[in-house]
Design a protein around this ligand. Structure first.
Ligand SMILES: NC(=O)C1=CN([C@@H]2O[C@H](COP(=O)(O)OP(=O)(O)OC[C@H]3O[C@@H](n4cnc5c(N)ncnc54)[C@H](OP(=O)(O)O)[C@@H]3O)[C@@H](O)[C@H]2O)[C@@H](O)CC1
Ligand SMILES: Nc1ncnc2c1ncn2[C@@H]1O[C@H](COP(=O)(O)OP(=O)(O)O)[C@@H](O)[C@H]1O
Ligand SMILES: [K+]
Length: 510
């Protein structure tokens, strides 16, 4: 599992660790890891070596600039020609600047150096950053973007909000981000994630933090410098706010039949989707559900004929969920339209007393109620999220939802008291409490009509197979993203092709 911690938590943990170590130790650990990555990038890319390479350090007014200056000093000692732009000279990290000068580095005021550099270190601002990049940095960042330099962000790309991933204005576009101690949420959530490039984690010893077991989850106490306990801080990484499933996590969650399995024990998913006008949504959702690890898929609704023609394996009926027979989970909503019959299907699925995934038209109908059962999984895109938010009295625009996905997904989960999967460039899955899951496998090629129906069918099947709503949603997003990449392979893809790639995505995830 990849975990990200909020700034408040990072500061508390670092505060505890710093109190036990000689001054400057953490910054030296950070700088050493940073310099090692830069050296590797210089050796592997242009110019092919550290000696003689041109490195530019952009140093802001905080410790992030200190990290960058110390790393610059290390590179200068290995023969790199290092210069530093001081964006707030009167507040620069004095020790870092002294080290750089002692190693032969110099100060520059010429932004054109950013264009000529082989490598630019973005130490403008780190976890202390708030709001858009300030003006002093802009000419340098712009010039770095014009040149061929590899841009390495220190801790996170400057201009990206560390806790939310919001990018309120100009920000550094990094090729590589070297982050310290733990990931920051802003590195895993778009739009911030798309500024970070490849993210590398440098261990600065946060796992050594010891405490009484409650810290550093209480940052105020930790900042107060209370006495340190002796037992290892087991819940250290329980304080994370965001997590991303990795392949081994997905492998552990995928339902697998065993020797005693039969089709009913594997789970049956019901799909109430499609309409005379939109039969395709039903065909797609059922098609994906058939690849979702259940023993059988029931379909209930107006597109029964089209569904069985496309998928003879499906058990179909033209009535609503109430008449469909037993299932372990319902998917309701894709292509359903919003007439009285659709409303009845949503009501019956919600009343069925099994986990229920609500998508598309189902969400519009749910927004009018303003509530959902606790075992529901809602799968809105940003536009549907706006409607759902309105249903609980929150006004937001689509742009606002996309700028701060985590906050809005959480608001929905709290407001409807169930699990929410917010679709889009970073899919976020969250319940009312606990860490939010973000999905790293997606690709913009998934933005194609019907791809959301595929996700619904797949996630519904995983629900029926016994996964919790958070697990079902996040595993489905993972497989769906991977299938999108496999089916696209650099070219436009389709919902049908994404479905066809699900078995390969599954195989690669086991
Ligand atoms: N803690 C630790 O143990 C360790 C921390 N480490 C490192 O320290 C970093 C955190 O350092 P930090 O706390 O000094 O904050 P930092 O990110 O440098 O920014 C604060 C300065 O930036 C300014 N500023 C704010 N917003 C801005 C903007 N939009 N655009 C431009 N400027 C902006 C703000 O100015 P002010 O608002 O005061 O005018 C203030 O002066 C962390 O990310 C990691 O790299 C590592 O060494 C490992 C050990
Ligand atoms: N820019 C993007 N990057 C990654 N995935 C995306 C992007 N845009 C959309 N997606 C994904 O594509 C799917 C689209 O779903 P949805 O909007 O419901 O489409 P439809 O209603 O046509 O099926 C979702 O899984 C969503 O997360
Ligand atoms: K930075």
């Amino acid at each position: 599992m990849r975990r990200a911690h909020a700034v408040e938590w990072v500061r508390a943990a670092e505060g505890e660790l710093m109190a036990r170590l000689p001054e400057g130790t953490l910054m030296q650990r950070a700088a050493a890891g940073l310099a090692a990555t830069c050296a590797e990038l210089l050796r592997d890319g242009a110019p092919g070596r550290v000696y003689g390479s041109r490195v530019l350090v952009l140093a802001g007014s905080g410790d992030n600039g200190g990290d960058a200056l110390f790393a610059g000093a290390r590179l200068a000692r290995r023969g790199a020609r290092v210069s530093a732009a001081l964006l707030a000279p009167e507040r620069v990290h004095a020790g870092g600047l002294a080290a750089l000068r002692a190693a032969g580095g110099r100060v520059t005021e010429d932004p054109a150096e950013a264009e000529r550099a082989d490598l630019v270190l973005d130490g403008i601002v780190g976890i202390g950053g708030r709001g858009p990049l300030r003006d002093a940095a802009l000419p340098w960042v712009h010039a770095a973007g014009q040149g061929a330099a590899t841009v390495v962000a220190v801790d996170l790309p400057s201009g990206v909000d560390p806790d939310t991933g919001a990018v309120p204005g100009a920000a550094v576009r990094a090729d590589v981000t070297v982050t310290f101690g733990t990931h920051k949420p802003g590195l895993l959530i778009d739009p911030g994630a798309s500024y970070a490039g490849v993210v590398r984690l440098v261990d600065i010893g946060l796992a050594e933090v010891r405490g009484t077991g409650s810290a550093p989850s209480d940052p105020r106490r930790a900042r107060g410098g209370r006495a340190l306990g002796t037992e290892p801080l087991a819940p250290l990484f329980d304080g994370h706010v965001v997590e991303a499933l990795q392949q081994e996590d997905v492998a552990a969650l995928l339902p697998e039949p065993d020797a005693e399995s039969d089709k009913y024990r594997r789970g049956v998913v019901g799909i109430a989707a499609g309409s005379a006008r939109y039969p395709g949504a039903a065909v797609l959702a059922v098609g994906a559900a058939l690849h979702g690890g259940v023993g059988a898929v029931r379909y209930a609704g107006a597109a029964a004929r089209e569904v069985v023609r496309a998928h003879p394996e499906a058990l179909v009926g033209e009535g609503g969920p109430k008449d469909a027979g037993r299932v372990q989970a319902w998917v309701v909503g894709p292509g359903l339209s919003q007439d009285a019959e659709a409303e009845r299907a949503v009501t019956e699925a919600l009343d069925a007393d099994v986990p229920v995934l609500v998508d598309a038209d189902g969400l519009r109908l749910l927004a009018r109620r303003g509530s959902a059962p606790a075992n529901a999984l809602l799968t809105p895109h940003a536009g549907e999220a706006v409607a759902l938010l309105a249903g609980i009295g929150v006004t937001a625009t689509r742009d606002q939802v996309e700028a701060e996905r985590l906050r809005h997904a959480r608001a929905l989960a709290r407001g409807y008291r169930c699990t929410v999967l917010l679709k889009g460039s970073t899919t976020v899955v969250t319940g009312p409490t606990g860490p939010a899951r973000v999905n790293a496998t997606g690709t913009a090629q998934l933005a194609t009509a019907g791809s959301g129906d595929v996700l619904s069918g797949l996630a519904g099947a995983l629900l029926a197979a016994g996964l919790s709503p958070v697990d079902a949603g996040s595993v489905a997003a993972y497989l769906h993203g991977l299938a999108g990449r496999l089916s696209s392979d650099g070219a436009p893809t389709t919902a049908t092709a994404i479905t066809a790639a699900l078995p390969e995505a599954w195989r690669r995830s086991r």
